[in-house]
Design a binder for this molecule. Structure first.
Ligand SMILES: Nc1nc2c(c(=O)[nH]1)N(C=O)[C@@H](CNc1ccc(C(=O)N[C@@H](CCC(=O)O)C(=O)O)cc1)CN2
Ligand SMILES: Nc1ncnc2c1ncn2[C@@H]1O[C@H](COP(=O)(O)OP(=O)(O)OP(=O)(O)O)[C@@H](O)[C@H]1O
Length: 191
């Protein structure tokens, strides 16, 4: 493992712990009100972008199911990541709130094989860390990095808890920065 990769791995471990502590300390009422609606600047940013990719929350990730439903009400079509056969690859498949998902790797659930592939116009993605330069640190599989490269015109919006903010994340040439980040406290846009 290179020094840089090691630093990223250590950061991920620390940020996962911080995220777990944050979520564990939240009251039930608080969990019920966060990420309940897309803020209006998010809706404005993706206005006119038909297909929006969301994801099924895993572990301590924020649950954005209600944001997905609100996006449908606002006229968008949803897609969900579907992991591919080869490592680090995924496509996006049509998804409607309530559709059945099937279990896949990493304890995740993804759309069934016959759900049609959709090209996203905006990608709402999970993250392990972010910074104000709009760099994103993910799980380390390169799934979203490859998806961003495959759909370079799609708007990239990260979803995370405020405690996942870092001063300055290490970044590499393949990392494509985010256009915005939504936390339970703040809407942050690239300056
Ligand atoms: N909800 C959700 N869906 C997603 C992602 C994600 O981060 N969250 N992904 C983002 O890329 C892709 C899947 N990529 C992943 C890559 C690596 C691991 C992984 O190594 N998981 C560890 C456990 C991590 C932990 O300690 O919580 C493992 O399974 O050992 C998981 C997902 C696509 N779908
Ligand atoms: N566009 C790309 N094409 C091919 N390989 C890529 C691309 N982007 C990233 N990778 C590879 O994916 C691996 C993981 O990258 P990185 O550590 O940035 O993942 P991550 O963004 O944290 O993870 P994820 O996107 O799964 O949440 C690296 O080995 C990197 O070389």
């Amino acid at each position: 493992m290179s020094d840089r990769a090691e630093t990223k791995a250590q950061l991920r471990q620390r940020l996962r712990f911080r995220r777990a502590s944050h979520v564990a300390a939240m009251a039930a009422w608080e969990r019920g009100i966060v990420f309940a609606h897309p803020p209006s600047p998010l809706l404005e940013l993706i206005a006119g972008r038909k297909v929006v990719a969301i994801h099924a929350a895993h572990g301590d990730e924020p649950d954005i199911a209600r944001i997905g439903a609100a996006l449908v009400d606002a006229g968008h079509r949803l897609a969900m990541p579907r992991l591919g056969e080869s490592a680090g690859t995924m496509d996006f498949a049509a998804y409607e709130p309530g559709d059945a998902l099937e279990p896949t790797r990493y304890g995740l659930a993804h759309p069934v094989a016959d759900a049609p592939t959709l090209a996203p116009d905006a990608i709402v993605c999970p993250l392990i860390g972010f910074d104000r330069a709009m760099h994103r640190l993910g799980q380390g599989g390169g799934y979203y990095d490859r998806a961003f490269a495959a759909y370079p015109h799609a708007m990239r919006i990260g979803i995370g808890w405020s405690v996942q903010e870092c001063d300055a994340l290490p970044h590499e040439d393949h990392d494509m920065s985010l256009n915005a980040v939504l936390t339970e406290r703040e809407w942050i846009v690239a300056s």
